[in-house]
Design a binder for this molecule. Structure first.
Ligand SMILES: NC(=O)c1ccc[n+]([C@@H]2O[C@H](COP(=O)([O-])OP(=O)(O)OC[C@H]3O[C@@H](n4cnc5c(N)ncnc54)[C@H](O)[C@@H]3O)[C@@H](O)[C@H]2O)c1
Length: 265
């Protein structure tokens, strides 16, 4: 996609951090933006920022863990904007902590947003994009943690490995429709992700804690920098959009995998 002027973008998790940054970058490039977030108040604040730039935006309180909510988002986008061109499937939560302390409630909490939510939004909006027949682009937010797993934060790592698999498959399937798909793999970004705990049902059995992330991201990149990186990736139809050069860690990971093929020789 060369030009964002007049295009319609939808960003889940658009009320904070990376999502907010993508919303503002899209608005700055002339797109109309739908800010979808479970936190409707934050989504509305981002819409105010979009309008302050002279761009068009509206907020849709959305819970990506619920099919009816995602359906309502899809209907609102089509009714209000007449269609969609760019879908940033970005809402996410984090829990850290040791593998052995991880509860089934931890696993469900993280997977239901990060993986089931990405699948739900991806399926619904890729159908709209296909039916429109005018191309488009989907960005699924995974993480460098979608390739590197070190034992802690296992539910998060599993969810992000899953997003990489879904996103890679979607890219292949949508190519013939002229729809690009990128997998966004951010490194440490200083966002509100370490506060994900606030979104948990108080009745859940909690083993992991989101605050564990703070040490990793406190000196990370400012979220404001991410939006323009994402727009560059959409322009180039990049398969992966990285924010940090972690290529050595990736090489080490894949060399470790390849090494065990030697046992077959
Ligand atoms: N911050 C990092 O270092 C980092 C690194 C790699 C990947 N990521 C990923 O980036 C994405 C954005 O996270 P962020 O760092 O900007 O964090 P953030 O907490 O600032 O933003 C996440 C947003 O998602 C929303 N959200 C959570 N559950 C939702 C639901 N069920 N439905 C709709 N919205 C929901 C939250 O309200 C919040 O506004 C996430 O997928 C995260 O896993 C972040």
């Amino acid at each position: 996609m060369e030009d964002f002027e007049g295009k319609v973008g939808v960003v889940t998790g658009g009320g904070s951090g990376i999502g907010r940054s993508i919303c503002l970058a899209l608005a700055g490039a002339g797109a109309k933006v739908v800010v979808a977030d479970i936190d409707g108040e934050n989504a509305s604040k981002v819409v105010e920022e979009i309008k302050a730039k002279g761009a068009t935006g509206f907020a849709v309180p959305t819970d990506v863990t619920r099919s009816d909510s995602v359906e309502a988002l899809a209907n609102a986008v089509v009714e209000e904007m007449g269609g969609v061109d760019i879908v940033c499937n970005n809402a996410g939560v984090y829990l850290g902590g040791d593998l052995l302390d991880t509860t089934e409630d931890d696993w469900r909490f993280v997977l239901s947003v990060n993986l089931d939510g990405v699948f739900r939004v991806g399926q619904r909006f890729s159908k709209i994009l296909r039916e429109q027949g005018r191309g488009g682009h989907i960005v699924n937010t995974a993480s460098i943690g979608g390739f590197l797993s070190h034992g802690g934060a296992v539910a998060y790592a599993a969810s992000k490995y899953g997003v990489v698999a879904y996103s890679e498959a979607l890219r292949v399937d949508l190519e013939s429709h002229g729809i690009g798909v990128s997998t966004l793999c951010p490194g440490p970004i200083r966002t509100n992700l370490a506060g994900s705990d606030r979104l948990r049902d108080p009745g859940e059995q909690a083993g992991g804690k989101s605050q564990a992330l703070w040490e990793f991201i406190r000196e990370g990149m400012e979220p404001e920098e991410v939006g323009s990186i994402v727009l560059g990736g959409i322009r180039d139809n990049a398969a992966y959009i990285f924010t940090h050069d972690w290529s050595d860690a990736f090489a080490e990971r894949f060399q470790r995998v390849l090494k065990d093929f030697e046992r077959l020789r």
